[in-house]
Design a protein around this ligand. Structure first.
Ligand code: PPS
Length: 303
């Protein structure tokens, strides 16, 4: 795949946000919509679903190691995680001629691990028809917002975030790519009540006890992994290990400017405390109460 360099990409402007079926989107995630909508899932597919910046890469890597960690050593040393786990709705035509759906269609593995940031109502219906397994990861709104802010600063294919004050206003209004955080986490939570093949994980639980969550994943997927295997995986997926690992730290992505902010930034629960002013925190809590009134999903903003 031919990849243009950062300098030439920087010359292009950031994408506009627009309303797509009631959700804020950029064209990078809607240009291939017919193919996304009609994507043919398989019964053994595993869909990794998240709001952006909730722990997608972390869980993708854990799943990849659980399934393929002992197979082909070359996979672990030469294939970046974003090539192993295609981003279903992505369509970065300026950068690559291969769309997310094509990448997924051409995956040689079984099962296929597929990433999506779509809110539950936009997920291609074949995943439900095929009863594919889904792993959802949620992260508390405050840390999620902070992580998303720094990501939008460094990622040239995302809309310009502006400064932190304007970003947090936008976040509370749900005007980020992939829509409101509130609807995303609660929509997927509702789905879990009726769709039993869905495991809902929390980023905070992963930070608190990664080994326990690896075991939870392994058991949800019906895998018979040994304690030693799980310990090895747990060690390999720690923040520092993944930050050093060029297959997981996204250094291969040309439109991310690591001088502005690294992809593997802090990996913490509670970093929001270094960003929110007291007034912002109070306003955020008020908005949160209203938006999350009807859902029973609960997040921890510290551990
Ligand atoms: S994306 O672009 O939506 O796919 O990003 P995503 O992978 O969902 O989220 C990136 C954030 O997850 C953190 N991360 C981790 N934290 C702890 N441990 C491990 N192993 C780990 N791997 C990724 C990453 O640092 C981003 O969070 P922030 O808060 O910005 O550091």
């Amino acid at each position: 795949m031919e990849i243009p360099d950062m300098a030439s990409l920087k010359l292009q402007s950031r994408p506009e946000i627009f309303d797509f079926e009631g959700v804020s989107m950029t064209h990078f995630f809607t240009d291939n919509w017919e193919k996304v909508k009609n994507f043919q899932a398989r019964p053994d597919d595993i869909l990794i679903a998240t709001y952006p910046k909730a722990g997608t890469t972390w869980v993708s890597y854990i799943l990849d190691l659980l399934y393929f960690g002992n197979d082909d050593p070359e996979r672990q040393t030469s294939q970046p995680i974003n090539m192993r786990v295609p981003f279903l709705e992505s369509c970065f035509q300026e950068i690559s001629t291969v769309t997310g759906t094509e990448m997924a269609d051409n995956l040689p593995t079984s099962p296929r691990l597929i990433k999506t940031h779509l809110p539950v109502q936009l997920v291609p219906k074949s995943f439900w028809e095929q009863n594919s397994r889904v792993v959802y990861v949620g992260r508390n709104a405050k840390d999620n917002a902070v992580s998303y802010f720094h990501f939008d600063r460094m990622n040239m294919v995302q809309p310009d975030p502006g400064d932190w004050n304007s970003f947090i206003e936008k976040f509370m209004k749900g005007k980020n790519v992939f829509g409101p955080w509130y609807d995303h986490v609660s929509g997927w939570w509702e789905k879990k009540q009726t769709y039993s093949n869905l495991l809902y994980l929390f980023y905070e639980d992963l930070v608190e006890d990664t080994g326990r969550e690896v075991e939870r994943l392994s058991s949800f997927l019906g895998l018979s992994t040994s304690v030693e295997e799980r310990e090895k995986i747990t060690k390999g997926v720690q923040f520092d290990a993944m930050k050093q690992n060029n297959m997981t730290n996204h250094v291969n992505i040309p439109f991310m400017d690591f001088k502005i902010s690294p992809f593997m930034r802090k990996g913490k629960v509670g970093d929001w405390k270094d960003h929110f002013t007291v007034a912002q925190n109070e306003q955020f809590d008020e908005v949160y109460k209203q938006k999350m009134e009807k859902t029973t999903v609960r997040f921890r903003t510290e551990i």
